[in-house]
Design a protein around this ligand. Structure first.
Ligand SMILES: Nc1nc2c(ncn2[C@@H]2O[C@H](COP(=O)(O)OP(=O)(O)OP(=O)(O)O)[C@@H](O)[C@H]2O)c(=O)[nH]1
Ligand SMILES: [Mg+2]
Length: 395
């Protein structure tokens, strides 16, 4: 039910570290390329303002939790093997593992802010490589992967379309139906990809243009320049100017572990932390935490939590909606307050929410009720961030 974000990038840039920091799952991390072979899957949480504060009562989330009115909404993450140029032709580990990303709603591409790794993830010395250079080839490999999926059986499909008629949009949509892409996005990509009016003139470049359009609109990406604890402020601001999120996955990992061990008070996304009891720390721990604090002071936190929240809220344009069964008490049928927090794209309607909760609820939808105003809402009501909604369905 939750959304899925894929963590991608060339080998050795810090993808698994970033994943582990966000999900608190221990995974293999090492300073050489292709440490990760099988994908790692986990759950992270993004912050939202919980309507419980308006009720003055504690909510009871089915998933995630709520801390002082900050609701933690689950988001699935998947960390895959490193991508190298030519992966679609089988270079490196090839791109078979990209199939694990089929259902992804968006991507976080991790790059190495220190510019020390060549395209295959081998260390060639500090600053020898433009940290953002991989952005383009990684994007191309994803596009070529999708183009391969579209190409499969395409000649036959196009021939059939010419002889029997039908809609190109529907054919393309069917081919990529496992990718969780909105049919509207497919139609607009078909429109914008410069498809020749005579389908006999369709060549590989057309397929690539179509794949590019689809990826651009339906699988957006942000760039995270990680390992930023190893660069100076002028390098960091240059990367920021080029739209990268400058972050340290490693420092976030340190903070999460220290918080779990009750050594510090730290809430993911905070711009600082508090040591609980100085006497419990050895010198190495004190030094490590001092370095983390210095980084946070300069950068406004480790910027790890912020990166994923930026992708979900700003780039993907998601809002959080709270479906309830009792519009007066904001509970489910067992009396649990605000049990679910659901992420939906901005512009989603009451009927979209009904289908997201349960396909049956969508099929039997009669109307919705706004939990705040108690007004009846039709199926086309456009949801707002933080809405509390009851759905009324036929029996
Ligand atoms: N200083 C610092 N080191 C980091 C950071 N993130 C990762 N590293 C180090 O970089 C190396 C590679 O990290 P991984 O997380 O395994 O990288 P990956 O991208 O998953 O690598 P592959 O699975 O091989 O593609 C390890 O030695 C990490 O400890 C960071 O934010 N700061
Ligand atoms: Mg890895």
């Amino acid at each position: 039910m939750s959304i899925l974000i894929g963590i991608i990038g060339k080998p050795n840039v810090g993808k698994s570290t970033f994943f582990s920091a966000l999900t608190e799952n221990p995974v293999e991390i090492a300073d050489y390329p292709f440490t990760t072979i099988e994908s790692n899957k986990g759950v992270t949480y993004i912050r939202a303002k919980c309507p419980e504060t308006e009720l003055g009562k504690k909510c009871k989330p089915n998933f995630g939790k709520c801390v002082n009115g900050t609701r933690l909404v689950p988001v699935e993450l998947i960390d895959v093997a490193g991508l190298v140029p030519g992966a679609h032709e089988g270079k490196g580990l090839g791109n078979k593992f990209l199939d694990d990303l089929r259902r992804a709603d968006g991507f976080i591409q991790v790059v190495d802010s220190t510019g020390s790794l060549d395209q295959n993830g081998n260390n060639i010395g500090r600053g020898k490589f433009d940290p953002l250079e991989d952005a383009e080839f990684v994007h191309n490999e994803i596009v070529l992967w999708l183009a391969n999926i579209i190409s499969d059986g395409l000649v036959r499909n196009l021939r059939k379309l010419e002889s029997e008629g039908g809609k190109l949009d529907s054919i393309i949509y069917e081919k990529i139906s496992g990718l969780g892409i909105d049919p509207k996005d497919v139609s607009s990509a078909v429109k914008n990809a410069g498809i020749p009016s005579n389908l006999k003139n369709w060549d590989d470049q057309v397929t690539i243009r179509l794949a590019e359009e689809i990826i651009r609109t339906s699988k957006p990406r942000i760039i995270v320049a990680s390992k930023a604890d190893k660069i100076d402020q002028s390098e960091a601001s240059k990367l920021r100017e080029r739209n990268a999120h400058v972050a340290s996955g490693d420092f976030e990992l340190v903070l999460r572990k220290a918080a779990k061990a009750s050594l510090i008070d730290y809430f993911p996304g905070d711009t600082t932390f508090k040591i609980i009891d100085e006497t419990k720390l050895n010198n190495a721990q004190k030094n490590a935490l001092n370095r983390v604090r210095e980084f946070m002071d300069c950068n406004g936190g480790t910027r790890t939590q912020e990166a994923i929240e930026d992708l979900v809220y700003k780039v993907l344009g998601m809002i959080v909606v709270y479906p309830v069964e009792d519009e007066n008490h904001w509970t489910d049928k067992n009396g649990n307050i605000l049990p679910d927090a659901i992420l939906l794209r901005r512009g989603s309607t009451a009927i979209d929410l009904a289908y997201k909760v349960h396909s049956d609820l969508g099929d039997r939808f009669i109307r919705a009720i706004n939990g705040r105003t108690k007004r009846a809402l039709g199926r086309d009501y456009v949801l707002e961030d933080g809405d509390v909604i009851k759905i009324i369905a036929s029996r």
